[in-house]
Design a protein around this ligand. Structure first.
Ligand code: TRP
Length: 332
């Protein structure tokens, strides 16, 4: 039997190159060897977009088109919609009784977000508790492997705490523990060199970016601020152009030579950017075209999602029933 994998994305915008290296490429490979489910996590996206549901609903099909355009194959991967899987919400209710507010407030990712967004006591209850709902996502599919970025490690840890607690209360291994599967390239910086690509900050290159948008993004990319003249020695560390070349250029040997040359001096940012731009243009052109084609057939995208959700409903309802039985709550 193949190992079960669950991953998810919040549909808050179209996916970008950070998703591509961080997870999409890996999913295209994993679908051949694993039993893979991908969740379009619209409920989770609403936990901090409750005032703006349109932003989320507008992006659901965008994300599905992104999946298909990069080669995720719905005959090999189950693509499903979180809000159309009632078992996930029900499980969340049961698990909520097993987690304290103090524990939720200690989750480093949630803690960081609360601070970063200045939520304080105005934090939506759904946002504070989304790790519980994520535990429901993961356990509902009996996933044992969860491919995620390092920011999601606290979610995995919290999921396993819930698993152990429930299993020990009911005295049977109803839920499975899971493991994070970290990708080799956990996080691509934004074009400004900051920690993460962000669509809202304008530092992301989306998978549907036009030729001009790609050109402009590479042009604006952060390099080495002390590399003023071409003849100056340049620094590779923190130089976004090289980070991206490492992530996307197929010829690693060539990039190593390029780095040596750059460090020595005599290689201009215009030249390194040209190499990166060519590389990104040829990577993204077929994805963009495929994406455009797919977006013209919304009915097909909806059908893909509907079918995947139907399969996912069967699996998740079964697990829910197991949990209810174990709790003695299945009188009829
Ligand atoms: N929290 C994840 C993110 O922000 C999305 C997500 C929702 C997820 N449910 C999941 C990831 C289940 C892995 C497994 O990227």
């Amino acid at each position: 039997m193949k190992e079960r994998i669950l991953t998810g994305d919040r549909p808050t915008g179209p996916l970008h190159l950070g998703h591509y290296v961080g997870s999409l490429q890996q999913r295209v490979r994993l679908q051949q060897t694993h039993d893979q489910t991908i969740l379009v996590a619209d409920l989770q996206a609403l936990t901090d977009n409750g005032q703006n549901p349109k932003k989320i609903s507008d992006n659901i099909l965008n994300v599905v088109a992104d999946y298909l355009a990069v080669g995720i194959d719905p005959t090999q991967t189950t693509i499903c919609l979180q809000s159309a899987l009632p078992a996930l919400s029900e499980l969340t209710m049961y698990y909520s009784n097993l987690v304290s507010i103090a524990r939720l407030e200690r989750n480093p990712t949630v803690k960081h977000e609360i601070h970063y967004r200045g939520f304080g006591r105005t934090i939506p209850a759904g946002f504070l508790t989304y790790p519980i709902s994520q535990a429901a996502d993961i356990t509902a599919f009996r996933a044992t492997q969860v491919p995620v970025g390092d920011d999601q490690l606290p979610m995995i840890e919290q999921t396993n705490e819930i698993v152990r607690r429930l299993n020990s209360i009911v005295g049977a291994p109803v839920l499975c523990e899971c493991q994070a599967m970290l990708s080799h390239f956990p996080r691509l910086p934004g074009i400004d060199g900051r920690a993460k690509m962000s669509k809202s900050m304008g530092t992301a290159i989306t998978l549907g970016a036009t030729e001009n948008q790609i050109r402009a993004a590479v042009k604006a990319m952060y390099t080495d601020p002390n590399h003023l003249r071409i003849t100056d020695p340049g620094q590779i560390e923190g130089n976004v152009v090289f980070t991206y070349l490492d992530a996307f250029h197929p010829d690693a040997g060539f990039i190593e030579e390029l780095k040596t040359h750059y460090r020595r001096g005599g290689l201009g940012d215009g030249q390194t950017k040209k190499i990166l731009e060519d590389c990104l243009q040829s990577l993204l052109a077929p994805i963009r075209e495929e994406r455009q084609r797919l977006m013209q057939d919304k009915a097909m995208l909806i059908e893909v999602l509907r079918q995947g959700t139907e399969q996912a409903n069967e699996v998740s309802q079964r697990l829910l029933l197991d949990v209810k039985r174990a709790l003695g709550l299945s009188l009829f």
